[in-house]
Design a protein around this ligand. Structure first.
Ligand SMILES: [Zn+2]
Length: 367
């Protein structure tokens, strides 16, 4: 392994912190000009200065020097288009960097572990099918999802081999990013921002799944398509229409009950009611006025059970139990320092034993 930093990795680790070159220079006690030269491959970063920069970035030196890690990042397909207009370019770079570092972590950790999905995740051509809702129905059928609400959407996605990771993206203007791997043998990854209410988290996962299945190149209609996909996946029109029939504008107790049952926000259910023509345009507008007056557009009442991704936790447990990995070794595999690895990934201790990672929809892991 080389002991000179790779320029692109320094930029990546710096962007993940949301730092400018001046910020990094200050934290590492080097000049801003030097950081700029390093990132433009005009100066070598090695020795004590490399250690200082890695220390400031709170990452292992290896993350900055290992050429294997940088491979593939450029061909990784990132979907992060939600509410882009609100994002500064610095924030966009930070989100992208956090996502790429998370992919490095995931790929480092899953190495040497056989992940056995219960079904395959395939792309479906939106131009050929035409209707995102139809694609959502195709997905439900292909994955043999029972009719009615999806009890645990995270488990469903994990069962088809998607690794879901909750990480702070450094902004509230972005809920998630999904990425396809450069290497088809590696897992697709969805990074979900921390701090989302459980109903919003579920909708976000469904929306990102829509992007992963339907979208390769950016288009003007992709957000509406991902939303239409998410709504139909979570609450198929045919099934939810009878439950929304006759909804009155002030009928919040009924919406709260439906929220718990379908794991969708009242706001999403109201949009669904309009989609399936259970309410008129006028009622729809009245609902929004009421939600605003009640202050529910930012925070709704009602409970949806929180979902927690399991795949990465089980990968870590398997390494610890089957391979005898220490936290230091796991952190090294993840491209992280032990302290931040523990904080992000190993806070909860292993409990149930698992030998092989068989992913089964809708049931507990089988040993
Ligand atoms: Zn989107």
């Amino acid at each position: 392994m080389s002991t000179v930093a790779i320029p692109a990795m320094v930029t990546l680790a710096r962007n993940a912190k949301g730092w400018s070159q001046a910020d990094l220079a200050r934290a590492a006690h080097v000049s801003q000009g030097f950081v700029s030269k390093v990132e433009n491959a005009l100066a070598d970063l090695h020795g004590e200065q490399l250690a200082a920069v890695a220390g400031a970035l709170e990452c292992p030196v290896q993350l900055l020097t290992d050429p294997a890690l940088v491979q593939g990042l450029e061909v990784t397909c990132l979907h992060h288009r939600r509410r882009h207009s609100k994002l500064t370019s610095a924030k966009k770079r930070q989100i992208e960097a956090v996502t790429n570092l998370t992919r490095i972590t995931v790929e480092g950790l899953v190495k040497g572990i056989e992940i056995v999905p219960d079904a395959r995740l395939h792309r479906i051509d939106i131009d050929a099918v035409g209707d995102p809702a139809e694609i959502a129905r195709m997905v439900r059928a292909a994955w043999r999802v029972p009719s009615g609400p999806i009890g645990n959407l995270t488990r469903l996605l994990e069962a088809v081999g998607i690794v879901v990771v909750q990480r702070a993206l450094g902004t509230t203007a972005q809920d998630a990013v999904s990425t396809w791997p450069a290497d088809p043998d590696h897992p697709p990854v969805i990074v979900v921002n921390t701090g989302l209410a459980p109903d919003r988290y579920r909708y976000t996962l469904a929306h990102e799944l829509g992007h992963m299945i339907m979208h390769i190149l950016p288009s003007d209609s992709q957000e509406a398509e991902a939303d239409a996909f998410a709504s139909e996946l979570l609450a198929p029109a045919e099934e939810i229409a009878p439950e929304l029939a006759g909804l009155r504008t002030r009928d919040f107790p009924r919406l709260l009950a439906l929220k718990t049952r379908w794991g969708m926000s009242m706001a999403a259910l109201i949009r669904r009611a309009k989609d399936v023509e259970a309410i008129s345009d006028r009622q729809y507008r009245e609902f929004w006025v009421q939600l605003s007056q009640l202050g529910w557009r930012t925070r709704e009442p009602g409970d949806v059970p929180a979902e927690t991704p399991q795949t990465l936790r089980r990968v870590i447990e398997t390494h610890q139990r089957e391979h005898g990995y220490t936290v230091e070794e796991l952190a090294a595999a993840a491209g992280m320092l032990p302290a931040s690895f523990t904080r992000h990934y190993a806070e909860s201790r292993p409990r149930q034993p698992t030998a092989r990672l068989r992913l089964v929809r809708g049931s507990e892991p089988q040993p």
